[in-house]
Design a protein around this ligand. Structure first.
Ligand code: 4NP
Length: 163
């Protein structure tokens, strides 16, 4: 099973959307038996909570039901997951610091990267903006960025792993 972990700060807005949209895309391609997805936060503020209500309501408008229970990234995740996909540059930096402390080295760029590396409408170093203090439109914008990035990411995975 190929395993993908999406990471943001709080694990209640962006990474649960990434997890939910990717699970849906994977199911539509008939690849649910081959690819597992999960999400986590770098922070511990919201452990055990459902995704933010605004995130869930936005996802519902796109037919996606989010039931993830917030958790914090753990060093075991570096061993368990094939791809660790960050929403923004701060998350990526924090993950690499954690890896350095735990294992004495950074995670390779091939397996630990920004989601928008796959966004055909941005350059490869853009972050998914944090919508936490934003408006309804900001949540929709985040949804669209994540969805289209995941479509390209899944196409890339299907080619690379010959699914
Ligand atoms: P997320 O958004 O990282 O996309 O889940 C946030 C959620 C909570 C907070 C910040 C960002 N917070 O400060 O509690």
């Amino acid at each position: 099973m190929l395993k993908i972990l999406y990471v943001c700060l709080g694990n209640i807005c962006r990474s649960p959307i990434a997890e939910g949209t990717m699970r849906d895309l994977i199911a539509k391609k008939g690849l649910s038996h081959k690819i597992f997805v999960d999400s986590a936060g770098t922070a511990n503020y919201h452990i055990g909570k459902l995704p933010d209500l605004r995130t869930r309501q936005n996802a519902e408008t796109h037919g996606i039901n989010l039931t993830h229970s917030c958790r914090q990234i753990d060093i075991q995740d570096f061993l368990d997951f094939d791809y660790i996909v960050s929403m923004d540059t701060n998350n990526l930096a924090d993950i690499q610091v954690l890896s350095l402390i735990a294992f004495g080295k950074h995670q390779p760029e091939e397996s630990c990267f920004l989601l928008r590396k796959f966004d055909l409408e941005s350059n490869q170093t853009d972050s998914v903006p944090d919508p936490y203090y934003g408006t309804k439109d900001d949540f929709e914008n985040v949804y669209q960025i994540i969805k289209r990035s995941n479509e390209a990411f899944l196409n890339w995975i299907a080619k690379k792993h010959e699914y």
